[in-house]
Design a protein around this ligand. Sequence first.
Ligand SMILES: NC(=O)c1ccc[n+]([C@@H]2O[C@H](COP(=O)([O-])OP(=O)(O)OC[C@H]3O[C@@H](n4cnc5c(N)ncnc54)[C@H](O)[C@@H]3O)[C@@H](O)[C@H]2O)c1
Length: 255
Amino acid sequence: MSARLSGKSVIISGAAHGIGAAQARLFAREGARLALFDIDGEGVAKLAAELVADGHRVVHTTADVVSEDDWIRVVALAEDELGGLHALSNNAGIFRPEGVEETTVELFNTITAINQLGVILGMKTAIPALRRAGGGSIVNFSSIYGLTGSGLATAYQGTKGAVRLITKTAAVQYAPEAIRVNSVHPTMIDTPLIRNGVPENELRRLLKLVPMQRIGQADEVAHAALFLLSDEASLITGAELAVDGGYTAGAPIPD
Ligand SMILES: NC(=O)c1ccc[n+]([C@@H]2O[C@H](COP(=O)([O-])OP(=O)(O)OC[C@H]3O[C@@H](n4cnc5c(N)ncnc54)[C@H](O)[C@@H]3O)[C@@H](O)[C@H]2O)c1
């Protein structure tokens, strides 16, 4: 079987850790040329060096998803160094657990800028390059918390719900140009976001809500993004793909 991203160059935001890093490793194995960036420049440089040492074509930079200038620089890097741009994984995001009364204006603005504006800026700057390449595919990272309420994480849930519909409206807008836009909705995944953001006992309680009764692995989400970014998904746009162990299908019967 030929590599599933052969001939494609892909930008991944937030590539230094977690699901972004898992996508970088998987997409490289599937033949992609990669432009990786993260606010953690050291982390992304380390990952890029590992992939280059394994023979993959990878460029990287330090960049912040809330900066339009940074996005312009990243897209130019991909086009200049990798020979065009064919796909974008809008992956970077932060989690905060605060509920309604604990949500400060500062927290709201910070999380909305990274998780929501960052996704729009990624699409805004990548789409002209995808158009120049004759079409392309974008995956926007939402969450199970973009599909259903949880009783916590008010601002986070707001951003992830917004990403779901930002995705659908962009999908409709750009479908005539063969630019596909889909969203991915992971359950709790074993990454720094969860390990640093959710205490162990709370995580055990949350996992009881997942029909498959276990935490997910970053690689399991990376495979969903791989499918949507590849030509295998050539007729799929505006879709929401839950990678959630059954979480959004319904609650399991308690013990
Ligand atoms: N881990 C989960 O359980 C889970 C569940 C649902 C959705 N998600 C979503 O999946 C995506 C990836 O999450 P993860 O678990 O790998 O998180 P993570 O914290 O492990 O990694 C996120 C990466 O994004 C980078 N980043 C943060 N802010 C940035 C910014 N302003 N500019 C550029 N890079 C920035 C971080 O440095 C980090 O490398 C996020 O959008 C997250 O909301 C994760």
